[in-house]
Ligand binder design. Structure first.
Ligand code: AMP
Length: 395
């Protein structure tokens, strides 16, 4: 008998899910509901190597979860066997520092945090309520994107702004992508046959959203995202770090309001903003190959920002044993990895070009034997990390 855990990741217009047998960590089913709230919604459900699709209008998250339930009933495996549900919760604020069993009080706490994460927490809460209705008899657990970074020391999480204002409005660095950084930290140490307690790591989560962390002995001590997931590295459509003065400057000089500036920095910036709308690295390299100067400069800015962070985290950590690349760009884009490592040659970082191949499905060490720091590609697996966390907490 398998021990299936259902993990759910609810976005504003989508629900991604996996059913994982925690006994052997096998994926029993996976799927995604898209375009919630639109007329052309759909669900794709994959199990036993077969991919099935239903197209229909999906009004809200309750309807989305009803569709997920229907997909399991129609194509299996039986949803009745699920022993617990793990929910991705983006912002845990100051209250939720670790994976938490969900009850009404937790839902109230998440609702209070919606001001900090207006894009992410409300759909997460809607997903939790809908899933509780669909599966009322099993524990539901919240896994927080911020939890891994609750260990940041005060000098790292404190912004140098008026203390009273910061305390009143809970303004501090929280960090995001924590489930991925935590998973990759453990997996990369394990891959090299080391105890995570003994190594210092720099983890580069380079997806459409991107963040970097400094991890000492398995404990996060710095990260690039802040109060919100807008800070730090250059991302697909997000600016990452900018002079905070730009915000009021745009309001004063360009007549933008807060919402417009927020939109500009979150949706029309990053690689897309610099390279005429191209945010996907495959498109960016194609443009660069075709001689597009804007795309080439976007890549320069991306690399410059990233190596600036790596340099800073070398100083923060004092000693670095491994640099690890993960997520869509980090796992697939060997050209970007090569550009980054070339810039670190002065520190003795050296890639083995034969190992730095485009697609790395499995963890791979891509550095040369005489590299001063081991460089690895380790595919992230947030769903598996969530399933493990859910099982740990339900027990
Ligand atoms: P993620 O957010 O982790 O799913 O990463 C998505 C991003 O990964 C995409 O926007 C692309 O920029 C990048 N990506 C995915 N596949 C490739 C690939 N084969 N080569 C280069 N970049 C890729």
């Amino acid at each position: 008998m398998p021990t299936p855990i259902l993990v759910l990741n609810c976005g504003s217009s989508s629900v991604k899910y996996q059913m994982i047998d925690i006994d052997n960590e096998e994926v029993l089913a996976s799927g995604m509901v898209e375009k919630i709230g639109l007329t052309d919604g759909n669900i794709t459900h994959t199990t036993g190597g077969h991919k099935e699709t239903i197209d229909e209008t999906i009004a809200d998250h309750t309807a989305a979860l009803a569709l997920v339930t229907r997909a399991f009933h129609t194509w299996g495996p039986p949803l009745e066997d699920v022993v617990a549900v793990g929910h991705r919760a983006v912002h845990g604020g100051e209250r939720f520092r670790e994976t938490t069993l969900i009850n009404d009080d937790v839902i109230d706490g998440l609702t209070e945090l919606s001001g900090l994460a207006p894009l992410h927490n409300p759909p997460g809460i809607a997903g939790i309520k809908a899933a509780q209705q669909a599966l009322p008899n099993v524990p539901h657990v919240a896994i927080f994107d911020t939890a891994f970074f609750s260990t940041l020391p005060p000098e790292a999480y404190t912004y140098a702004i008026d203390r009273e204002v910061a305390e009143k409005y809970h303004i501090r660095k929280y960090g995001f992508h924590g489930t991925s950084h935590s998973y990759v930290s453990k997996a990369s140490a394990e891959f090299l046959g080391k105890n995570v307690e003994d190594v210092n790591q720099i983890i580069c989560h380079m997806g459409n959203g991107a963040s970097i962390s400094a991890v000492r002995g398995g404990v996060a001590i710095e990260t690039s995202m802040g109060l919100t997931p807008l800070a730090g590295l250059v991302m697909g459509t997000r600016s990452g770090d900018i002079d905070p003065g730009i915000f009021s400057y745009l309001q004063r000089v360009a007549g933008m309001d807060a919402q417009q500036v927020d939109n500009l920095l979150n949706k029309q910036s990053g690689m897309a903003g610099l390279a005429d709308g191209a945010s996907d690295f495959r498109d960016l390299w194609a443009k660069i190959d075709a001689g597009d100067a804007n795309a080439a400069q976007a890549m320069d800015v991306y690399i410059h920002r990233l190596i600036s962070y790596i340099g800073a985290y070398m100083a923060v950590l004092g000693r670095v044993d491994m640099i690890v690349f993960t997520a869509g760009v980090g796992e697939n884009d060997n050209m970007t990895r090569a550009r980054i490592c070339d810039r670190l040659a002065g520190f003795g970082v050296k890639l083995d070009p034969a190992k730095n191949t485009p697609r790395n499905k499995d963890a791979t060490e891509i550095s040369a034997p005489d590299s001063s720091i081991a460089v690895l590609v380790v595919p992230t697996n947030e769903e598996l990390a969530m399933a493990r966390e859910t099982y740990r907490v339900m027990n």
